[in-house]
Design a binder for this molecule. Sequence first.
Ligand code: GLV
Ligand code: MN
Ligand code: MN
Length: 411
Amino acid sequence: MAVRIERIQNDIERINKFNATPEKGITRLTFSEQYQGAIGYVTDELKYIGAKISYCPGGNIKASLAGSDDNGPAVMMGSHLDTVMHGGRFDGVVGVVSALEAARIIVEEKIAHRRPIDIVVFAEEEGARFNWGLLGSSIWTGKLDLTRLSAIKDTDGVTYAEAMVRAGFEVSDASLLEPQKLRAMLEVHIEQGAVLEKRGYRIGLVEAIAGIQHLDITIIGRADHAGTTPMDDRSDALQAAARIITAVEEIAQKIGSNTVATIGRIACEPGQANVIPGRVKFSLDVRNPNKAILDSTVAAINQAVNDICGKRHLGFEIIPLDTAPPVSLSNEILDLMVEKTRERHVEPLRMISGAGHDSALLADVTETGMIFVPSKKGRSHCPQEFTRLEDIGLGCELLLSTVVALAASSG
Ligand code: GLV
Ligand code: MN
Ligand code: MN
């Protein structure tokens, strides 16, 4: 069952040719022309080995290899192909190409499996187009109602439902993922941090994934003339936003316990040098592996917005967006993967994921496991993202042997 890393390398290169920002990292937004190109490449490869492709609720794609007992629950593996703006070549792609290569080996080597094996590509994992991360898996697992797809829009006002239909999906398909349909879910992913590299490990096995809460915060002030409005007679939305941004950092540092909070996007209106900002909208991304700490961080930030805007007599709006709870992954799968890693004379590191993954939502539906491979200098969500091919190959081998064990067993 030796995986062929030159094929994996070719897959990574072919997928990353579909890129809206050549020379400036990789940008492949969900359902864009580039995204559809990458999906086309992967589905063609999967059709070639005889997998049956289906379009699933939420814009996700599944390719199935029939098992000898085709009515039983499936073993699923995969990841995502969408990227952040100007992102890297490996985030998501590594999990998809590992699943693709594992599927090829299963077919070529005629490896017997009782259970169906499904290769999946989740849509809109990053939330870079529709401002809603893990959207495909949220819909498919029934965490988010299908009707929401007609309300969630990209910056051009195109709804997710419209974009899906244009990309050839049907919105009405209601066959959600349920526990009885699945035996397990496995995802290979780059670590996106520097722990494995610093500590000299080639494989990380994920025990838990941090919870995430995304919010949009809008500060409503009054646009006025920058020259004629005295300093004590202004309703400057950006001055309040600046204080809130500072408070967010202080709150996260004070709460500690792995709390991280980020304001990654800000828009100031009307956005002119000689006009006092009347309206400022910014994003907020808060994460913690503990739900109570995550919730209390969000509450403290809400309070800070209320206090700062109150003092300055400004309006504000806080809109909670996508959320993923902190989750523990399957001990059963973890133990199996530890065994499979050691069979290769490699010692894995058990770790927590600070990044969000579709597997966090799948963990509620089925036994779920994640394999991390090292990220050079921990860089990710940027063009410098890099993972060695040998490490991706090792992650793929581990995925393959774990999936084969799970698909063959009767338990
Ligand atoms: C996904 O990459 C996330 O953690 O935001
Ligand atoms: Mn990812
Ligand atoms: Mn990502």
